[in-house]
Design a protein around this ligand. Structure first.
Ligand code: ZN
Length: 275
């Protein structure tokens, strides 16, 4: 990685599992999410990782709900939108894919394997991953290979070898999910070492590993993700006032390392997103 490169900050403002009971500032409606996106962009985020909720506040893969959120965001900011295809625990692969087929976002997450998720679990078999990759490729949606384990990186390499994904590659390395790989610089470095040549990667540390993982990623040359999907606290015992407050600190950490936060235009260039 070149020292002239910027750091791409992703804001995962809502997620599927976080509740207003955990942090009352959680954005849930399309207007709240659009405001969170605008504030995150102003604070230095270039990508918004998007989940949406139904009227009861429960995670949904409903296309109309995604469409309303995207329209509301687009009225306020040029931030790159990365849709989830992880959905919520228990969604079927077809439910998870539907927004990609109908809304054709610039970017979307592609989970690269089966993993414990606290007391639940997420299932992604290789045939499901191939189906997702083929749908992404047909629509030129840039995947973020989400890897919760070292083995998931190798599963992504199978998709690349089969010609289902074209470069540039972007990974989301998730550490600290209960029951999965914890955050540590050695664990992160093992994942980074296994990535294909030239791949970009965004590190997401869950819960208390969010802050140390930002330093770890900057040290290795990676990008960072913050937001209420991953962590609702600013510091021990003190809730974050907003997603933007977490983005502001991430941008500050980058700048202390002499790295500027990237803009959405930079991301569209680095990852060759569909015009
Ligand atoms: Zn997500």
């Amino acid at each position: 990685m070149s020292l002239d490169r910027k750091v791409v900050i992703t804001c995962a403002c809502t997620g599927a599992e976080t509740s207003k009971a955990q942090n009352p500032a959680l954005p849930v409606t399309s207007d709240e999410i659009a405001t969170a996106a605008e504030e995150a962009r102003a604070a230095g985020a270039a990508i918004l990782h998007l989940h949406v909720r139904d009227a009861a506040g429960k995670a949904t893969q409903d296309v109309g709900t995604f469409r309303r959120a995207i329209e509301a965001i687009r009225k306020k900011t040029d931030i790159v939108i990365e849709l989830t295809t992880g959905g919520a625990v228990g969604d079927t692969p077809q439910e998870r894919l539907r927004p990609i087929k109908e809304l054709e976002p610039e970017m979307a997450s592609l989970d690269c394997g089966t993993v414990n998720f606290g007391n639940d679990y997420i299932v992604n078999t290789l045939p499901v991953m191939r189906e997702f990759a083929a749908e992404f490729r047909a629509r030129r949606v840039r995947p973020t290979f989400e890897c919760f384990d070292l083995g998931h990186v190798y599963a992504s390499l199978a998709l690349i070898k089969e010609g289902l994904v074209e470069p540039p590659y972007h990974y989301g390395l998730v550490l600290g999910v209960p029951g999965a790989l914890p955050y540590g610089v050695r664990e992160l470095a093992a994942m980074v070492d296994a990535l294909p040549e030239g791949a970009e990667y965004t590190v997401m540390g869950i819960g208390r590993s969010s802050l140390p993982s930002q330093f770890g990623s900057i040290a290795l040359g990676g990008w960072i993700r913050v937001g209420f999907e991953d962590n609702v606290y600013y510091s021990k015992g003190r809730l974050a006032a907003s997603n933007a407050e977490l983005v502001e600190r991430a941008a500050r950490i980058a700048r202390e390392a002499s790295l500027e936060p990237a803009t959405p235009a930079d991301v569209r260039d680095y990852l060759k997103l569909r015009p």
